[in-house]
Design a protein around this ligand. Structure first.
Ligand code: SF4
Length: 508
């Protein structure tokens, strides 16, 4: 079964069933990766701090959530399908004592959406259990699975994350310590992995050699001034902010950090490679208040909108953004163009995940359970609406129709990223290539399909220029097909229309 494309839909609702979905999707975006969180904090309520960390990372995955705490050798694990606030309550958290915790919020990029696949993955070893939370996707799972099965490893799930946990366990059971065992296992893994791993002795944080998915280190002040700080690991800085931790630094690509009562030690397990941080983290996935490269993503997204206004201006009365992810770029567009910004769509923030079927009339109302147009703002106006991306185009069409129904005389659309023409193999669900509207249609055809008066995308060069960083330090393969970690042919075939791959743009 295909996973949902809307976090607020029930788990068993297929993508094909979106039109009949109970809370109709207003967003056919690529699906987020996962959120990982961990901390080493003797004396603190580690389960509760992890709960709040996951709460801040909820946007990265809404299918399942889990926490494992280590009380010496004993592991307390709770994981379920659902949002963080649905999976945990006070009494569950109170029964999870410990000094180390690992948390995960999941969107299923590998393996189906079932509780058995929820994380952390807990595996026993000769040194005690390990609990692993993974953000990313391996591209060599077939090979790794075969290797593990040859050694009679019992794989309980269909996830690559469990395979990494078993690869570590194999190395540890063969005589390695935790750090050596993890490094041996990482050398068997190819693809994207940002990992938080709890053990009875300490906490591990690690990133793949390209650092495709983010992972940051923070510190919580010690209980007294002469005691050392406690360390926190989080997919994004918003997970640190919520518990009052200070950002220390990123886990570097190809680095493993080992956090124990002796403090934090760093191991470079892979030769430094060029960082290839997923550019979609910058454009859309990560929260706008998260900081990457010493700047909030809100500021970067404003610059994307400014660049878009320079590249593709329009003669309109109002600029608006698709809530919430299109809003910063819309404000940037407004600032650059001097055209007023207005809110024309109000998001219902409390629709949530519901298992109650809507009525037929509600289904026909399209997006309005989630986004309600403001008729008095839109009536008689020429509107330019900014969104961060178009993947399948189904939602864009509904939004445009809603704006016209509310009285907009013209609807123009601007997208603050280039056309998505290739699928992702590194932990983001962008569907197969034939479902990506820009892979099979020209911009004019897309404009006609979604019903806009004009449509323009930000250039690939403009997107990278707005980062203010070395363009080579980002993965932008879903816009170019230039995959930084080679994808095996068998894996490629599952998603790519191989004969139709577009040439990569020239480097900026
Ligand atoms: S292919 Fe696209 S979504 Fe996947 S890691 Fe690269 S930039 Fe991100």
């Amino acid at each position: 079964m295909m996973p949902n494309s809307d976090p607020h839909l029930p788990i068993n609702c297929t993508a094909d069933g979106l039109e009949q979905a109970i809370a109709p999707s207003y967003s056919d975006k690529p699906e987020e990766a996962c959120g990982v969180f961990g901390l080493y904090a003797p004396g603190e309520d580690v389960a509760k701090l992890t709960y709040f960390g996951l709460y801040a990372l909820q946007h990265r995955g809404q299918e399942s959530a889990g926490i494992a705490t280590f009380e010496g050798e004993q592991v307390h694990l709770h994981k379920e399908m659902g949002l963080v606030s649905q999976v945990f309550n006070e009494s569950i958290l109170q029964n999870m004592p410990g000094t180390i915790a690992v948390g995960h919020t999941r969107y299923s990029t590998t393996g189906s959406s079932r509780v058995v696949n929820a994380q952390p993955a807990v595996v026993d070893t000769r040194l005690g259990a390990l609990a692993l939370a993974h953000n990313g996707n391996l591209v060599n799972t077939t090979e790794l699975r075969e290797q593990l099965l040859q050694t009679e490893t019992q794989l309980l799930t269909t996830t690559d994350s469990e395979m990494i946990a078993h690869a570590i366990a194999e190395a540890v059971n063969a005589g390695s310590g935790w750090v050596e065992g993890a490094i041996e296992a990482f050398h068997r893994c190819q693809g994207a992995f940002s990992l938080v791993i709890g053990t009875p002795e300490g906490l591990i944080g690690a990133r793949d050699p390209n650092g495709i998915r983010p992972l940051v280190i923070g510190t919580l002040p010690g209980p007294s001034a002469d005691e050392p700080p406690r360390y926190v690991l989080s997919s994004e800085t918003c997970g640190l902010d919520i518990i009052g931790a200070d950002y220390l630094r990123d886990v570097e690509p190809g680095e493993l950090v080992w956090i124990t009562d002796a403090g934090l030690s760093s191991f470079r397990w892979a030769a430094p490679a060029t960082r290839k941080l997923c550019i979609f983290e910058m454009i859309y996935f990560a929260r706008p208040d998260s900081v990457m490269s010493e700047e909030s993503l809100y500021s970067y997204r404003l610059r994307l909108g400014r660049q878009l206004a320079i590249e593709s201006p329009a003669d309109v009365d109002l600029i608006m953004g698709v809530p919430d992810s299109g809003v910063p770029a819309a404000i940037g567009f407004s600032q650059e163009s001097g055209i007023s910004y207005a809110e024309g769509l109000i998001k219902n923030r409390y629709v949530g995940r519901t298992f109650i079927q809507p009525t037929q009339t509600m289904r026909e109302s399209g997006i309005r359970m989630k986004l309600n147009p403001l008729k008095d703002v839109l009536n008689g106006k020429r509107i330019l609406i900014v969104d961060d991306s178009i993947v399948r185009g189904t939602t864009s069409r509904k939004i445009v129709k809603a704006l016209r129904d509310a009285g907009a005389t013209e609807v123009h659309m601007r997208i603050s990223s280039p056309p998505v023409t290739h699928p992702c193999f590194y932990g983001i669900d962008t569907d197969s290539q034939d479902q990506l509207i820009a892979a099979t249609k020209s911009i004019e055809e897309i404009a006609a399909q979604i019903g806009v008066d004009s449509l323009a995308y930000l250039s690939w060069e403009g997107m990278l220029k707005a980062t203010g960083e070395d363009p080579e330090s980002f993965c932008s393969a879903c816009f170019t097909g230039d995959y930084p970690v080679p994808v095996p042919e068998l894996v490629k075939r599952s998603k790519l229309i191989l004969e139709k791959t577009a040439p990569a743009p020239a480097p900026v």
